[in-house]
Ligand binder design. Sequence first.
Ligand code: HEM
Length: 516
Amino acid sequence: MDNLQPPPPQCFIICATGHLKTMDVLSGLTLFLIFLLTLLFLSALWKQQKRSSVLPPGPTPIPLLGTPRYVTFNIICKHFPKLQEKYGNVFTIWQLGDPIVILCGYKMVREALINHAEEFSQRPTLPLGDELTKGYNFQSSTTHWRHFRRFILTTLRNIGVGKAPVEERSFMEAQQLIEAMSQMEGKPFNPIGLLGCAVFNMMSFVLFGKRFDYKDKKLHDLISNTRNHINNVLSRTSQIINTFPIILKFPFLWKMHCKDTLCLQSFVEEQIQSHKENRDKPRDFIDFFLQKIKKEEGNGDSIFCDTSLHMFITGLLAAGTDTTTSTLKYCLARIAQFPEIQAKVQQEIDDVTGSQRPPGLSDRPHLPYTNAVIHELQRHLDLAPTGFYHALSKDTEFQGFTLHKGTRVIPYLSSVLFDPTQWETPDEFNPGHFLDEKGQFRAKPAFMAFSAGKRECLGVSLARMEIFLFFSALLQKFTFCPTTGQRLSPRPPIPTKFHFILTSQIKAVLRSSKAA
Ligand code: HEM
């Protein structure tokens, strides 16, 4: 009687033979869980099989996990050349349960971004970005982006991007840059800090109508905020948050990660406030946007409001600073490795503008070799190998496959910039790629450093203008030389290239020729 234990709680299960059996609740629950997981796994497998049958081929994914080997968090494109070789110019990889279609080579990317421009124009939703920007960003999958894109492009033109007002400002900034670099004359130095100041000041002029002194600590803090912001957006942590948006329910978990974005946002907020207090005739981006908000007053559905102004300015500041700075740094450090090409550029500039004035936009048609060298430098740099993710705006038949609305797409821009069907010597540094037989500049449609189609880089004209004006002004005054041991192979792997951009040093030697 003493040893009599109460029997464990019992439950019924139906065994494989269809008979009812009893077992304790814990074992029953475990079995039930295993049954549920098997069901989940099988349904994921079935869904994946069903979708795979209409999608481009690719490595076999593990249900629920995808193809982890190829979806490493940071530089996923390092596997693409091998996959392209195996599966062709369009293939699929899986991230967890979602397919990502990769497009390779000029013809395939053009077919998608130009010939099917509308279908490939969406962006996938990124929950972290939406949370941070309250939905006002270029990644947003809503249709707002079209209105903002149109407005921003028109406004940049109205401010004078590609024309005299912004050109004048670039001359002034180039002069500051030259003076600051002259102090480093002949000594090894890393110009990325000075270039960052000049580029940030250009963005700041366009957006807020102001510039900072190169010694101002605030300027350096802001530059570092923009760089960290971009690194955060592309980071493994952001990818985890976007994959498991439940994390956003715990602000203390992600706000630390996004502290640079929040710093940028609060700086932008100050600028907007000071513009509101001192309204004058519209000169910069904030002025034009505030004018638009006023015009739309009374329209309860207007998307032009203080919040969208705030968020888009922060987005533009971030998108336009580090990209152009890194490009200019690469241009200087790389041209230093090609002394003959550099001398030819300098000779061309001397012949066209002499030493009295810096090259301007109207000189560009008369500087075909300089223009070709800049394009070739950007092609080799390959700054954004995968651009940003695109997504299908509707179900689309493409190359014999069915791509469902919302499917994510990566236009693999590297494969276009180095496509052997488009470039005579793709891996070599060869300005001849952009010159015709008469030595005149020839534009190449496969030059997709800024991508193409409806989502082509929105800052392309500002970036091209800055790169041309700063690069040619600096080469007019200095000869850039490499310091020892910093040579780059013709087509270095991406991590090496970014390391080179961030860390390489050069020497700037004042030219003693007639242009100096
Ligand atoms: C050398 C400098 C730059 C390069 C190489 C570059 C490259 C790119 C690339 C490849 C894209 C992705 C396009 C796509 O998804 O198909 C992009 C998008 C974008 N860029 Fe740039 N960019 C540069 C400078 C700038 C500047 C100066 C600004 C700001 C004024 C800017 C603003 C943007 C914006 C807002 C987008 C998103 C456009 C959209 O989604 O509609 N970029 N850029």
